[in-house]
Ligand binder design. Structure first.
Ligand code: PTJ
Length: 250
């Protein structure tokens, strides 16, 4: 990887680029993943490369929903595996959740490499290499799902999703938590809870909020979710972007 000095004003962003580029070289990330990262960066710029108050609120609710889940599952794709593999493993342990490798541009080789990486980092429950079910209503590889993980989960975390699977999972009656820097995407609009934040900030926040809430009773966790309205959060996010942009030229 290119050596990036910590003093560089765009250190975090350049580091993420390096991770994605390395992911492609290692056969973990798809080449299309480079484009996805670029799109994410553009939205992150508009957001101000920070965790906004609306993202913080959504992350707190997401942590509560994942904690009161009976069978939580965390979906991992090639970009997630390149950017936050250690974080996803830690999150799975804090939540007692199963990780499932699920790819849009699926190749069995890439699924295997990602699953091995997660196991090497200490993950105990990794599925996705032998999917035994299909998510109804999807015609692409993302439909592949596994019993014991995404297929029969009651709550699914889908970071950096590319479209209609979110809607299909919601149709199955699941609560879906999305991490997506684009507040306008189909995924962001369809999810039960959308965290509009960079995954490199959102996953550490989720881990820390889940740890903080770990002693909370299921009843109190449910009350954190009660009355949550994702549209209100997305509207707040767009307002935050607008006021951030306005401030740039004052
Ligand atoms: O590994 P695969 O084959 O499953 O493919 C994964 C990608 C990400 C390539 C695939 O799912 C895809 O094409 O996704 P999209 O639609 O290009 O990107 C999904 C969403 O993630 C977009 O709305 C991006 O803005 C957003 N995004 C990109 N990078 C980040 C991000 N959101 C949070 N953090 C990021 N770092």
């Amino acid at each position: 990887m290119t050596e990036i000095p910590k003093s560089h004003p765009r250190y975090e962003s350049l580091l993420a680029r390096e991770r994605i580029a390395q992911g492609v070289k290692d056969g973990i990330t798809s080449t299309q993943g480079l484009i996805a990262q670029g799109r994410g960066e553009a939205f992150d710029y508009l957001i101000g490369e920070r965790t906004t108050p609306s993202a913080k609120a959504a992350t707190d609710v997401a942590a509560a929903v994942l904690l009161f889940a009976k069978r939580p599952a965390l979906s991992v794709n090639g970009n997630v595996a390149a950017l936050v593999p250690e974080g996803m493993v830690e999150l799975s342990k804090v939540l007692n959740a199963t990780l499932e490798v699920n790819l849009f541009h699926r190749s069995e080789e890439r699924v295997g490499k990602i699953a091995s990486l997660l196991r090497r980092l200490g993950a105990e429950k990794v599925l996705g290499e032998d999917p035994d079910e299909t998510i109804p209503g999807l015609d692409h590889a993302r439909a592949k799902a596994t019993r014991g993980a995404i297929f029969d989960a009651d709550v699914v975390l889908i970071p950096l999703e590319d479209g209609d699977r979110c809607e299909a999972l919601v149709r199955m009656g699941k609560k879906v938590i999305a991490i997506d820097l684009n507040p306008l995407s189909r995924t962001s609009r369809m999810a039960t809870v959308t965290i509009v934040d960079n995954i490199v900030r959102a996953v550490p926040n989720l881990i820390s909020f889940a740890k903080d809430l770990s002693a909370t009773t299921p009843r109190d966790l449910q009350s954190i979710f009660h009355g949550y309205d994702n549209k209100v959060i997305l509207r707040q996010c767009v307002d935050e972007i607008q006021s951030h942009l306005t401030k740039q030229f004052q």
